[in-house]
Design a protein around this ligand. Sequence first.
Ligand code: GLV
Ligand code: MG
Length: 338
Amino acid sequence: MRSPKDFFTPLALGAPDPVREIPLRPSRMIHFFDPSNEKMRAKAGDMARDVDVLLGNLEDAVPADHKEAARNGLVEVAKSTDFGDTQLWTRVNSLDSPWVLDDLITLVTEVGEQLDVIMVPKVEGAEDIHYVDRLLAQLEARAGLRSPLLVHAILETASGVANVEEIAAASPRMQGISLGPADLAASRRMKTTRVGGGHPGYLVRTDPAGEDVTQGRTTYQQDLWHYTVARMVDACAMHGILPYYGPFGDIRDVVGCEDQFRNAYLLGCVGAWSLHPKQIAIAKKVFSPEPSEVAWARKVIAAMGDGTGTVMIDGKMQDDATVKQCRVVAELAEQLAS
Ligand code: GLV
Ligand code: MG
């Protein structure tokens, strides 16, 4: 009987060895564009200069009669644009759609060397990743690619969330996972009609003061996505891949967007999607540690010497565990500076 490991064995005929090599290049914002749109294609080079990751979207938000134009448009952009240090990703159509097979065949064959990561939507379990992994190995072998493409899953179905640990572990190609709050809300039958972000009705209220239980009580909106982001972060950390918050659809609400991105950053995410140029700057700011945080982290690391024992700094106790947290912040700052 074949073991699951056999699924990841490269094909004999010259397929690249799918050893995981997650790019250390930053991916604070994954900037979506529609390659079926000629104006967007013309701006791809400029967009690439402003972002860590440029993603050609072939899935939702691209109408059915533009699917082929989007696929061909992405090939054109990949062939004609100098991306420098910016990564080029794509989001292909979902595995139950009539378009995904042509997406994968065309992109790997035509521009497999230019693409870094393939984002797969609506992943339900490890079997979806196994399928993509095997197909990519076949296409890479046929195209003679020198390095394997990486895979990123969107967590946007109730089954996906239930299986998030096995998805994270499903292939050495796995680069990361993003929360897809809009599809996930529908799959869970939540009562929202938005793309990510909060809802004014999902709140906690302070206790009543005295007899009047309805008036003058403060309310605080809660984060609808806390549970899923925390589960996703744990699954990614356990398997050494990267977690991301996904889209925030209310482009005008820059405050809400920044808050949602920051919650995700503080919980362990490394980036989020940007759907509009306004959100690029927000993601860059939020997913880069503040200079004061970095200075503090370096101070603790220096004071802790070999990293064991305790020291008091400004009245706060530091020990082996706080120095580990500080290393996370200091290493992130170094990575972003390099
Ligand atoms: C993203 O694809 C989402 O459904 O939120
Ligand atoms: Mg979706």
